[in-house]
Design a protein around this ligand. Sequence first.
Ligand code: PGA
Length: 265
Amino acid sequence: MKFVLGGNWKLQINTIEDTITTLRDMTSKFGTQQIDGVEIFLALPFTLLSLAKEELKGSTIQLAAQNVASTEKGAYTGEVSVESLVELDVEYVLVGHSERRIIFGEKGPELNKKMKLLLEHNLKPVYCVGETAQQRQSGLFDEVISQQLAEGFEGITEDALSEIIIAYEPVWAINNPELNPGIEIQAATPEQAIDAHKFIRSWFVTNYSDDAASRLIIQYGGSMKPSNAETLLSQSDINGGLIGGASLRSETLGPIVDIAVKLLS
Ligand code: PGA
């Protein structure tokens, strides 16, 4: 068994000073020793990756990016290339986070290009999927998730699956009022999360193989915090977390790391 815990800083920690303070605090508390079976990554804003690369030298915390351009290079104002992420020793890259899909209008075919580009450059995509509250209420869960998976994985071989993580993040559980107007945001119950993770894994059984599906890391994301991490992470189909708000401070990320360690022992 293995857990991958990913922190998604979004646009929440944005200065050099805050980044240094936060990373030093985190590395001193849970980033100095390799923990068997627990991988940790932090997805920082692009402009802080270079600094974080230096700060995380010698640490077990891995570096991640929140996005990447879908094209290698060219006249694409405002984009960030895969090549530059490789130079920054980035390990994981989020692809298709709901904030990218919904607020910035990123679509399946573009996300598929990003997945392939990352794999070509030996970076690991964290492919995010999730339904909105309205889609769930309308009984569209299966359809939405299947479509997101089919689009993202178009042309991706079974061999590549070991390099990819799936993050299931129900949009209604992501602590983002802009994505969830008028909705009371709360984490999925363990039952809701288990059902979704089983559905995702079965999609991989159907479209790849039993073996590939059973080895796939599927993170849960959406309001994961110390108070609910144990019930979520103790479910056999949940192999980690993609953590937003609770990843901004060692006081909240540390206890989640401790829970993962405890569950492995
Ligand atoms: P949250 O964000 O933990 O703040 O809900 C999770 C995410 O969007 O990745």
